[in-house]
Design a protein around this ligand. Structure first.
Ligand SMILES: Nc1ncnc2c1ncn2[C@@H]1O[C@H](COP(=O)(O)OP(=O)(O)OP(=O)(O)O)[C@@H](O)[C@H]1O
Ligand SMILES: [Mg+2]
Length: 334
């Protein structure tokens, strides 16, 4: 508690910070000096601090977090119990999109974009209408994987972005709307705004599935998605190494705080074959510390020049199996 107070105090002068817990929620009540204004950026920073704090403390595993600000002359009141079911209904669905699936990892470079791309193509192959959104604000790579990075984006009559279509997948990326290859140093509110725009101002048409490739870790992109949109499941990807798995668990905790449990775990590559990969994972004493519905082991695909491994007949099956599993995964949400 003191630790959380101190962390927040580093960026904002606050009076008090109290925590109330009911059946499902942790309420973090932050009492501010009257003169202090909270802008979007500070709000986002505080949210990050609070979420990271509870991510690190294993004590509270299955809670959602609510942050409430008050001024120094306002009393901190007992908070009424909220109903998580109603809460989740308030989250937005995007018109025309039936399911949103996130691809997430704790660490960078473990294969999120590769998996997102191959999954999108494979879901299309089994008959679904699929969109793919590259939401990796700092390292968009979907356009490169699909070799569409130099395509000009066009707008429809309503000024919505017409996604680029390749392998019958509708693709949009933060990269399409920013200057190419420029290093992005964006503040939280700008990131959220860009993400809302990509989601809502794209002419997706009717989609059965929108796959979203997210950046590594648990940052603004994830919070914006989890706080505002109805998420129908996620793929957690990691290499079999303990460092990667531990970070994947932190990512999982973030999803759990938003009551999103439906997860498939993908154990990917790192210079070991699929079988070896499995053995390495299972040798790890803590191998079951991540909760998942299904687990898939992806080998290191040595022979391919592109990352679209599923286009090679030899590798098609594993990605089709993951695609079928994602369909089951999304059936868990009402
Ligand atoms: N199973 C695999 N076999 C061979 N190469 C792979 C495999 N999975 C991923 N790669 C390669 O590893 C590299 C990193 O993959 P990718 O870009 O998908 O990771 P990422 O998690 O999206 O990274 P970032 O966190 O930077 O967004 C890429 O060059 C990709 O082609
Ligand atoms: Mg990536």
């Amino acid at each position: 508690m003191n630790e959380l107070f101190e962390r927040i105090k580093k960026i904002l002068n606050i009076n008090k910070c109290e925590i109330q817990i009911n059946e499902k929620f942790i309420f973090v009540h932050i009492n501010l000096h009257i003169s202090i204004k909270i802008d979007d950026e500070i709000n986002r920073k505080i949210q990050n601090i609070v979420y990271n704090h509870f991510n690190e403390t294993s004590e509270y595993e299955d809670f959602s977090i609510k942050i409430i600000f008050s001024r120094s002359n306002e009393k901190i009141e007992k908070i009424e119990e909220s109903k998580p079911a109603q809460e989740s209904k308030k989250k937005k669905r995007i018109q025309g999109i039936k399911n949103i699936i996130l691809v997430a990892s704790g660490k960078g470079g473990v294969g999120k974009s590769t998996l997102s791309a191959n999954l999108a193509i494979s879901m299309q192959k089994i008959g679904w209408k699929v969109g793919l959104l590259d939401a990796d604000i700092y390292g968009a790579s979907i356009p490169t994987i699909f070799e569409v990075e130099n395509k000009e984006i066009e707008l429809n009559e309503e000024n919505s972005i017409i996604p680029i279509e390749k392998y019958s997948v509708k693709i949009n990326s933060i990269d399409f709307i920013t200057e190419n290859y420029e290093a992005l140093i964006w503040r939280g509110p700008m990131i959220s705004k860009a993400l809302h725009q990509l989601l809502n101002n794209t002419d997706w048409g009717e989609l059965d599935y929108l796959i979203i490739d997210t950046p590594p870790g648990t940052g603004d992109i994830h919070l914006t998605l989890l706080e505002n949109y109805r998420i129908d499941g996620y793929l957690l990807i990691s290499t079999p190494h303990i460092t990667s798995l531990q970070n994947a668990k932190k990512t999982q905790k973030m999803f759990e705080k938003f009551n999103i449990q439906n997860c498939d775990l993908i154990l990917n590559m790192n210079n070991v074959d699929g079988d070896e990969n499995e053995k390495l994972f299972q040798k790890n004493e803590n191998f079951d510390f991540i909760k998942y519905n299904e687990i898939f082991y992806l080998p290191f695909f040595r022979e391919n020049l592109t990352a679209l491994f599923c286009l090679n007949k030899k590798n098609e099956k594993i990605f089709l199996n993951i695609a079928r599993s994602v369909v089951k995964l999304s059936e868990y949400t009402e």
